[in-house]
Write a protein that binds this ligand. Structure first.
Ligand code: SF4
Length: 480
């Protein structure tokens, strides 16, 4: 028995990152710390905070959860009026060591800067190969690192201009923040795939992945960053080094991206990634999930004794289903919330003895019952199969699986860790074959049209490529 990396049984897909930046607040690093706590669901592999103090950037980062990486003394030492913070989850096959933890701090001829992003740059391998042939030396395996190299070669002294020029060469889905010697530059890709919003706290500004992080620090939501928008927020002039206040944000756009607001936002942010207390383009994530659950029930004519959701991301959809179907909502499974990403995994003999340290069914609730098990997504099918088995072993008479999204058929290349299409259960199997494989008594999914009707009406166009194979940003090289 040893310390091993394991996949969370309830999570077959993972968000890769969350960002949180502050400009002009005397407690910038403290705000970042609490902001990262609120964004912990977006990445549990590493965390980092970079602060700007007297024109100098100081960084602390480490592997593990936010609570493991920073001590109280670290936060006290990270004094400064502006800061940039990041939580990360590495991709499959990428060990994601400390060198890849963000923010990535670099000293360039334009000054010292720190970079943090959420997403994936489709053409990073090609850009990196070209830059390396031209003599650039990379310190990390992160796709984000091509951006400072492009900026260094841009010939432009002004970091905002250098960044805009560099981003016009970059293709992919990204929400990026750069801490410079003057403040923070934030940018969202022209398709607006990953979320990024702007908030305000006293005289300071905050830019972060989700509105739940604004709530966590008591900040007021101002607006979403537009697709293709680059926002620069400069610290106000002040004689001290760690006093707050910021100048109003100044916006410009990458290439001709202006006017593409809401275009191609990742639909999975609604289905699964974002926290239920976050709002995306004015839509509350919990309410959206509930509406998806309601739609599942509207398309159903099932007789059952109880409806249950898989904690935590499916609970909203399950309540929507239960309300619409008029079937009692129950807690059928309990998840242990105190297990981090790394833990001592039970060995095979212990597993065979029934050691269930992460998830446990409520035998007295499900025994002898016809159960509707609502889950938000099905990727490889292994989780569904395991959960159906657990419920049946706990005495459930029937288990009907309802998925509040369509069958996941195509891999994501925009910053989400899934699998190659060979591992995606719906890529090659029919619905009936999947039902049989997971051992359910019945199985139903939503359609892409349901998502578009319920979410797209207000959010604008949505990326649904993992369901449809229609990738809004053209793929290239190894991503094709
Ligand atoms: S392919 Fe799927 S997971 Fe990836 S960005 Fe598009 S909707 Fe989101």
């Amino acid at each position: 028995m040893g310390f091993v990396k394991t996949r969370d049984i309830s999570r077959e897909i993972r968000e890769r990152c969350g960002v949180f930046a502050v400009v002009g607040h005397p407690k910038a690093s403290e705000l970042c710390y609490y902001g990262l706590y609120a964004l912990q669901h977006r990445g549990q592999e590493s965390a980092g905070i970079a602060v700007l103090n007297g024109g100098r950037i100081q960084t602390k980062k480490g592997m593990g959860l936010v609570a493991d990486v920073f001590t109280k003394d670290d936060i006290v030492r990270l004094r400064g009026g502006s800061a940039l913070a990041h939580v990360r989850y590495s991709n499959v096959g990428d060990e994601g060591g400390i060198e890849d933890a963000q923010p990535i701090s670099v000293k360039m001829w334009q000054g010292q800067m720190a970079f943090a992003h959420n997403g994936n740059l489709i053409n990073a391998p090609r850009l990196r190969a070209r830059l390396e042939q031209d003599g650039s030396i990379f310190q990390t395996t992160s796709d984000c690192e091509v951006i400072p190299h492009l900026m260094a070669k841009s010939g432009l002294n002004d970091p905002v201009k250098a960044l805009i020029k560099s981003l016009s060469d970059v293709r992919g889905a990204y929400s990026l923040c750069v801490l410079t010697s003057k403040g923070v530059i934030a940018a969202k890709d022209p398709h607006g795939v990953r979320p990024l919003c702007l908030g305000k706290l006293d005289g300071a500004y905050i830019i972060c992945s989700e509105t739940c992080a604004l709530d966590a620090v008591g900040a007021e939501f101002i607006r979403e960053i537009d697709p293709g928008e680059v926002v620069f927020i400069e610290e106000a002039e002040h004689p001290g080094s760690d006093v707050g206040r910021a100048k109003p944000p100044v916006s410009c756009y990458i290439d001709g991206a202006r006017g593409k607001r809401g275009m191609d936002l990742c639909v999975f942010e609604f289905i699964y990634f974002a926290r239920p207390d976050s709002d995306l383009y004015g839509i509350n994530v919990h309410a959206a999930r509930k509406a998806l659950g309601r739609r599942l029930a509207q398309k159903d004519s099932l007789s059952a004794d109880l409806v249950m959701g898989i904690p935590d991301s499916s609970l909203s959809a399950a309540t929507g289903y239960a309300e619409e179907a008029g079937i009692p909502y129950e807690m059928g499974i309990v998840k242990n919330r105190y297990i981090g990403r790394t833990f001592i995994a039970p060995t095979q003999p212990l597993r065979e003895l029934g050691v269930k340290i992460k998830i446990n069914p409520l035998r007295k609730v499900v025994s002898g019952k016809r159960v509707v098990m609502v889950d938000d997504s099905m990727v490889r099918g292994t989780t569904s199969k395991y959960l159906v088995g657990l419920l049946k072993a706990a005495g459930a008479k029937e288990v009907h699986v309802r998925i509040s999204s369509p069958p996941y058929r195509f891999p994501c290349f925009y910053g989400i860790d899934t699998s190659s299409s060979g591992e995606l259960i719906a890529a090659e199997k029919t619905q009936e074959q999947i039902r049989e494989l997971i051992g359910a008594d019945s199985l139903a999914f939503l359609d892409v049209e349901d998502l578009e009707e319920i979410l797209g009406r207000r959010a604008g166009n949505l990326c649904t490529a993992c369901f449809t194979g229609k990738y809004p940003i053209p793929l290239e090289g190894e991503y094709r």
